[in-house]
Design a protein around this ligand. Structure first.
Ligand code: HEC
Length: 113
């Protein structure tokens, strides 16, 4: 369970990321950094690149699949990543832009498959 203070911090964090004027601008996302973070922190469980396809026995959805879920949005991703469920470990990102970059990276795969 998240402690109250953590929850508060995460909420402020989400707000900071999503209401930041730069967040709305596609060009401000550092995709290279997002890729790096995805490879470092997420590729243990997820297929994080566009080239990989989900092996049927793999229960963890690939980032391509996640990006292309109906109604997917940066806001939804932020919530999932900051309030992880099931086996997904909680990550602490160094800066709010790290989260934005990794979300930008995932969302860049929307419409690709
Ligand atoms: C230890 C394994 C593990 C790692 C590492 C991991 N995940 Fe996950 N993730 C999972 C599992 C398992 C699920 C499926 C949970 C479910 O469907 O209940 C999941 C689900 C998700 C979802 C929701 C998918 C959906 O259907 O909406 C997102 C978004 C996500 N992960 C993003 C990330 C990101 C970003 C990282 C790296 C910062 C990451 N994950 C690292 C195991 C992991």
């Amino acid at each position: 369970m998240l402690q109250r203070s953590n929850q508060w911090r995460a909420t402020v964090f989400i707000a900071a990321v999503l209401t930041s004027p730069v967040a709305a601008q596609e060009g401000s996302i550092d995709y290279a950094k997002g890729t790096l973070i995805a490879e470092r922190a997420c590729s243990l469980c997820h297929d994080v690149t566009i080239d990989e396809s989900d092996p049927p026995e793999n229960k963890v959805p690939s980032f391509v699949k996640i990006a292309n879920e109906p109604h997917q949005s940066s806001e939804r991703l932020a919530e999932t990543i900051l309030f992880p469920h099931r086996d997904m470990p909680q990550f602490s990102f160094d800066t709010p832009t790290d989260l934005r970059d990794v979300i930008g990276y995932i969302m860049s795969m929307r419409g690709e498959k």
